[in-house]
Design a protein around this ligand. Structure first.
Ligand SMILES: [Mn+2]
Length: 222
C-alpha cells in the first residue's frame, strides 16, 4: 500500500520449492540448477533457508552478476567452518571466488572474527558496518541502488524486529532504513535468507514477507 501497488497486480509467479538433500551438497546444487535452467525469466527472487542458498544461485548465474551486495550482520567470510567450505559462514568468500572480490560488497556488518576482517581487507572487499550506515544515511541507498544482486540475510535487522534467525546479533538495522531506500533499488536477482520462524505469526516471517512484497513491487515496476 505504501508503494501504491497491489503485489497481486505484478507479473510475479511462484515457481515452487526445491527440496534440499540434507548433507548432500552436490545433490542440492544439482536440484537447484536443474530448476533454474527450467525457469525463463529476467528477474528472480529466492527464499531461504540457510545462507548457503546464495552460493547455489551465484554459481548458476556466474558472471552475469556484476554488482553483488550482501546484507548481513556477519561477514560470512571464513574460508572453512567446521571442516566445510560450503555453509553460511563461508558463503561470501565462495561468492567472491566466483564473481571476483571487486564485484562484491558487504553491508550491515557488526560481528566478525579478526581473521575474517583482515581477510576482507586483504582481498579489498568493500564493506560497511552498521555504524557506517547509521553515521552516513546515504550509504545504504547508494550501495543498494547499484546492485544487480541483493542478498538479504534477515540477521542484518535488529533482533527486536527479526528475532527468529539462526544467529541474532544486537545493534542491527531498523527495517525502516531499508524501506526509505527501497524505491532506489533495481536488482535482477534478490534472495532473502535465514528466516527461522517457530510459528506462522512470527514477526520475523511477517517482516520478511513484507520486505519481499515491496521488493517484488519495485522490481516489477522497473
Ligand atoms: Mn549470512
Amino acid at each position: 500500500m505504501l508503494l501504491r501497488t497491489d503485489v497481486r497486480e505484478t507479473d510475479a509467479s511462484d515457481w515452487g520449492d526445491v527440496e534440499v538433500s540434507f548433507g548432500d551438497f552436490r545433490e542440492t546444487k544439482r536440484r537447484i540448477h536443474e530448476v533454474l535452467r527450467s525457469v525463463k525469466s529476467n528477474k528472480y527472487v529466492f527464499l531461504g533457508g540457510d545462507h548457503t542458498t546464495t552460493f547455489f544461485i551465484v554459481s548458476f548465474f556466474g558472471e552475469k552478476i556484476r554488482n553483488y551486495v550482501h546484507l548481513d550482520a556477519h561477514a560470512d567470510f571464513e574460508d572453512e567452518y567446521l571442516g566445510s567450505k560450503f555453509n553460511h559462514d563461508c558463503v561470501l568468500r565462495r561468492v567472491g571466488e566466483i564473481l571476483g572480490w571487486d564485484k562484491i560488497k558487504l553491508i550491515g556488518l557488526r560481528s566478525v572474527s579478526e581473521k575474517a576482517l583482515s581477510d576482507l581487507e586483504a582481498y579489498g572487499v568493500e564493506y560497511y558496518t552498521i555504524y557506517d550506515i547509521l553515521d552516513n544515511r546515504n550509504i545504504l541507498g547508494d550501495v543498494l541502488s547499484k546492485a544487480d544482486y541483493i542478498s538479504i540475510d534477515m540477521d542484518v535487522f535488529d533482533p527486536a524486529f527479526a528475532p527468529e534467525v539462526s544467529n541474532p546479533e544486537p545493534f542491527g538495522l531498523d527495517p525502516n532504513e531499508l524501506f526509505l531506500v527501497i524505491n532506489k533499488i533495481n536488482p535482477t536477482i534478490v534472495d532473502l535468507v535465514e528466516v527461522v520462524p517457530k510459528d506462522i505469526n512470527s514477526i520475523t516471517s511477517i517482516l520478511a514477507a513484507s520486505i519481499l512484497r515491496e521488493i517484488i513491487i519495485v522490481m516489477d515496476k522497473k
